[in-house]
Design a protein around this ligand. Sequence first.
Ligand code: ADP
Ligand code: MG
Length: 700
Amino acid sequence: MEEKRTSVPKLFGSHVFNDDVMQERLPKDVYRSLRKTIDEGKDLDLTVANAVASAMKDWAVELGATHYTHWFQPLNGITAEKHDSFISPTSDGRVIMQFSGKELIRGEPDASSFPSGGLRATFEARGYTAWDPTSYAFVKGGSLYIPTAFCSYSGEVLDKKTPLLRSMEDLSQAAVRILRLFGDTATRRVVTTVGPEQEYFLVDKTLYDKRPDLIFCGRTLVGAKAPKGQELEDHYFGSIKPRVAAFMKELDEELWKLGILAKTKHNEVAPAQHELAPIFATTNIATDHNQLTMETMKNIAARHGLVCLLHEKPFAGVNGSGKHNNWSLSTDTGKNLLDPGKSPAENAQFLLFLAAVIKGVDEYQDLLRISVASAGNDHRLGANEAPPAIISMFLGDELTAVLDAIQAGKTYGGAEAATLETGVHVLPDLTKDTTDRNRTSPFAFTGNKFEFRSLGSALSIACPNIMLNTIVAEELRQFAQVLDGSKDVKADAIALVKKTVDEHKRIIFNGDGYSEDWVVEAERRGLLNLKTTVDALPHYMDDKNVKLFTEHKIYTYAEMEARYETILEEYAKTLNIEALTMSEMVRRDVIPAVSGYVGKMAKSVKTQQAVVSGLKCTAQTALIGKLSGLLDTAYEQVAALDDLEAGSKEVTGALAQATYFKEKIIPAMADLRATVDAMELDVDAKAWPYPSYGDLMFRV
Ligand code: ADP
Ligand code: MG
């Protein structure tokens, strides 16, 4: 039988109300008005909205939709949706499918159950969602999804999309101002582009279901190391197993339907770990798409008897999962502003944008670190599997040489285009990339973009991009002030680049970010090393950061406080759930299983000695002694953990709570884990209550 094939171009975007569909289905004048709203942010009047809503509804119904939902991104980093059907009763007792402009533009979900940090006091239960026409609506699972922003009744922003859109606009204005100084009169807008590379694990669903830690926490809290981990490096880029390949194929197709540019897929370093990278898109859309990608991964995995783990550290002892945020700036005329061109040394405009990023990353190291802070990601940063918690920048040999020359007041001689000679006639010689791809840097220049590598796999990319956009906008604003009215922009820009490099050179580091020496060196340079979420977060409310966000109108002071509290609360809640889960696992599964096993062994020793008197049973006796001792220890440790968990209720204030969990609960859990893992290694595999690390990582 011939396999049924769907053409990818036909499939791509087939469930998206995109520009093609709009042109085809909207009256010309309605289309033009909507385009103005999308491209220039012009207000949309209700008659246009009604026409758009009606066309959207007809289109969605043809694709099987019965409902619509305002899809938004509250502060918890995941997405939220509430579905309303299109049905509307008629006088003769039938229903028709209806959708009005008002319903498209605005929703009123109850906001009281979403995290709002310190805003709770001032804000009513009512919240509003507002249509974001810059991100296309789509159909998924029988509903029309309308991307929206979310705010409280009193106007405080309660989501991640609104500040992201604000930061994009802010950066656009600042960048256009610089471009004008360089004589560019054509560019009207500058957008930031992002390509997020997403890592994840796949485990078998039946095994997953036997592990409360995976179910409640998304990561294992106990588990002895398997005999084999990632040391042979045989998984990275390895051939993809059929079951995983089937998952990936279906995932690609689902993502393509939603207009998501899923491009690259491969196995990652750890066993059972994989990666998906899309082609980059405008930040706002890339953010929506990354949320959809994570959700689709979970849904598709379930159809294959698998579970997709997006946690930053599902297993101790092997690499966890991250997300690389590839970020650049591009004009609406299609020019990448971070493209150095053939001769970067003469490209003053490029160097100025580069200098803005250098200055921004140095001055706001704390914000970049905070933007990736979470209980999960704390396991990775600085653990030699992800960049260190110290923020620094990698520029590569060529750019570093260019900046060195500028600093020394010399002309840069240029780099030789290095080629790799393969030495085999049929193979082409390869030109070497001059940014030699240092993998240990948190913030690396990779040819024509920066790759921010500190993000955790589960994180919404909104926050890191809000930070990046805003800090670069601030630096560009400062540069524009200096250059305003300049008679020789090129020369003055180069002077500004020189000054910036002089003052911010410390942030540039091209060496091994995983080495011990770097920690020492970074401290000498005065760079921050904010090891955990709890160390990093207090900096969020530093004066310079408050000034940045309030002056750029990204957040109000109250909105910043809300975000600060929400992150700390989430940290404490996550660890609280982990502590409770661990305690329950140890008390109800591990201790009963081990003591049952010890009892069985003791009985067997007795029986054997009854048959042959004087029999020593050395092995069993030793094991009974060892396991019994470990049981006593585990029992004490779990009691201590429970006491500490109970004690957390006495601690007030978000920062104090989070600190308590970091200082008391994490070490108590580590102690208990060591004991449990030691027992696992000496207990009959069949008696152990959970699937082992080996089962979880190698049995897909
Ligand atoms: P790797 O980091 O694995 O070597 P690439 O450098 O080829 O892979 O690309 C990584 C990601 O960077 C992809 O998602 C790609 O679309 C994205 N990317 C490429 N150019 C840009 C750009 N100008 N802006 C944002 N992202 C980009
Ligand atoms: Mg990468």
